[in-house]
Design a protein around this ligand. Sequence first.
Ligand SMILES: Nc1nc2c(ncn2[C@@H]2O[C@H](COP(=O)(O)OP(=O)(O)OP(=O)(O)O)[C@@H](O)[C@H]2O)c(=O)[nH]1
Ligand SMILES: [Mg+2]
Ligand SMILES: [Zn+2]
Length: 329
Amino acid sequence: MTDEADHTAESWPANIVIRVRGPFYDVLTPQGVVRCVVRGALKKERRREDLVVVGDRVAVRIVAPGEGVIEEVAPRRRALVRRARDREAAQVIVANLDQLVVVMAAAQPELSLGMLDRFLVVAESQELPTVICLNKVDLDPAGRARAALAPYRTNGYPVVETSVVTGEGLADLWRTLEGKLSALAGPSGVGKTSLVKAFRPELQLRIGAVSEATGRGRHTTTASELIRLDERTFLVDTPGIGVLHVWGILPEELGACFREFRPYLAACAYRDCRHVDEPGCAVRAAVDAGEIDAGRYERYLAIYRELEEEVERQGRWEVERLRRGRGTR
Ligand SMILES: Nc1nc2c(ncn2[C@@H]2O[C@H](COP(=O)(O)OP(=O)(O)OP(=O)(O)O)[C@@H](O)[C@H]2O)c(=O)[nH]1
Ligand SMILES: [Mg+2]
Ligand SMILES: [Zn+2]
């Protein structure tokens, strides 16, 4: 490894990984998209599950027209990490992310604040700046879903309301994306791919119908893909998530993942207050005083119970190990 200083993603060549397909990595270079494999030695140095991921900046050696070898991967800045499906391990989904856009639908599928809070907790635990995008507002003429998001605006989350059908809010969304690398995440069927397509109509992207029977999406997008919207603007479309398990967070860390709790955390009577039923809890007092939204607090309690169960089931050590894996390397 050479000096860290000239290894930041910014100082690397403009080559960026846009797609992973089996052993092949499609890399966007100034000369166009190059299909690459990874240098053998690199495979030994890095963990298999996140050897090279979408968003990575890489050095490429061209071996034939349109074909190359990834020689080196730049150290990652912020990454979106999830828990690997098959193993107890953290897995990087997108590297070098500037922000996460959590997309929820105003209807079809119905807005789930439980899901939204889980995404926000994961984002806070990974210190990802987050924007909430409420899509399909055309299906919510009475504005019920919009109103339900009021506490989030109060808590300082930017909320953008969009409709791919009427075009409402797309210019606002564009302004939040411009010049950044953002990932769209959220449940299946909320319109993530439709939003990408609204900005790049010429792309052949698969969009799926929401099931009439269940009101859920059908997991149309199956792999993350990075799309360049302009010279400096990148958007990663990720597959929809059915159930989002919050993981790798210790129960006592959860309070800080609820932004609006933070000013109160140091004021609780007990230093190790769980904010569940302890006397002198400043968080509960703030809920009673209407300073913290009661719904958010209820969902805190639900996630807290899950995290406690996880510690009981797996042991603290295991949760801490997973938590360390959340780092970007
Ligand atoms: N009424 C309405 N329908 C929309 C809007 N945006 C998307 N849809 C529809 O919602 C359905 C799902 O859209 P997708 O873009 O495939 O959703 P997705 O979030 O990418 O779903 P996954 O890839 O499964 O995660 C499609 O039938 C879209 O036409 C919108 O703003 N308003
Ligand atoms: Mg999709
Ligand atoms: Zn407390």
